[in-house]
Design a protein around this ligand. Structure first.
Ligand SMILES: O=C(CO)COP(=O)(O)O
Length: 247
């Protein structure tokens, strides 16, 4: 079975009701390739609002959640709450969560495991920093981040793995298709060796980091790039082009 192309927009801490309405309109107009699964990461406070106005072929996603269902964790939201409003996705381990808010591999893995146990689909993000790449540690870093998750989950069917090199996020410095493909292919080989052949064959590995309408077609041609996680460009009509990169 082929892997369905997957394109996510990560709005991060951007937008308001008015801009969400505008985004919903350009997504409605599309047209979005029906062979692509489309998800948008919405600030938690707007999730229910966005769910009410997004076209039905675009699934809203939370951008984070905690590792337990409820309790004294001021400011956090849980997978149970995300489920309660009918949202099916959460992005976890984004580099901004890891590097601005100090989330480590273990916490990210606990969150992924709990979100999956709660029935959510998870976009699990990994990626190396510039100094790690320059020190030749890219593989070591992404394997370690993936292993932390793999050690805590059994079912990969609801996981999309997002490879987002930190140096490419919000910088305009996109990984070349060859750079991205190399890491994706190695990650798939890692899954094959350490999880299973079927998980390696079936798990979507998507690329994130300065993806635009201009570079998405070439990136999307690579054998192990199964889609994108898009930041800045997901707030603009250009996102439609990125969804349709394989057309
Ligand atoms: O972090 C990203 C998506 O999660 C990528 O952001 P940019 O597309 O703005 O570089």
């Amino acid at each position: 079975m082929g892997r369905k192309f997957w394109v996510g927009g990560n709005w991060k801490m951007n937008g308001d009701k008015k801009s969400i309405e505008e985004i919903s309109k350009f997504l409605q107009t599309g047209p979005l390739d029906p062979n692509v699964e489309v998800v948008v990461g919405v600030p938690a406070i707007y999730l229910e609002y966005a769910k009410g106005i997004l076209p039905t072929n675009v699934a809203p996603s939370a951008q984070n959640c905690y590792k337990v269902p409820k309790g004294a964790f001021t400011g956090e939201i849980s997978p149970a709450m995300i489920n309660d409003i009918g949202v099916k996705w959460v992005i976890l381990g984004h580099s901004e969560r890891r590097h601005v808010f100090g989330e480590n591999d273990e916490l990210v893995a606990d969150k992924v495991a709990h979100a999956l146990e709660s029935g959510l689909n998870v976009v699990a993000c990994i990626g190396e920093k510039l100094e790690e790449r320059e020190a030749g540690k890219t593989e070591e870093v992404v394997y370690c981040q993936t292993k932390a998750i793999a050690d805590k989950i059994k079912d990969w069917s609801k996981v999309v793995l997002a490879y987002e090199p930190v140096w490419a996020i919000g910088t305009g410095k996109t990984a070349t298709p060859q750079q991205a493909q190399e890491v994706h292919q190695k990650l798939r080989a890692w899954l094959n060796k350490n999880v299973s052949e079927s998980v390696a064959n079936e798990t979507r590995i998507v690329y994130g980091g300065s993806v635009t309408g201009a570079n998405c077609v070439d990136l999307g041609k690579e054998a192990d790039i199964d889609g994108f996680l898009v930041g800045g460009a997901s707030l603009k009509p250009e996102f439609v082009q990125i969804v349709n990169a394989k057309k």
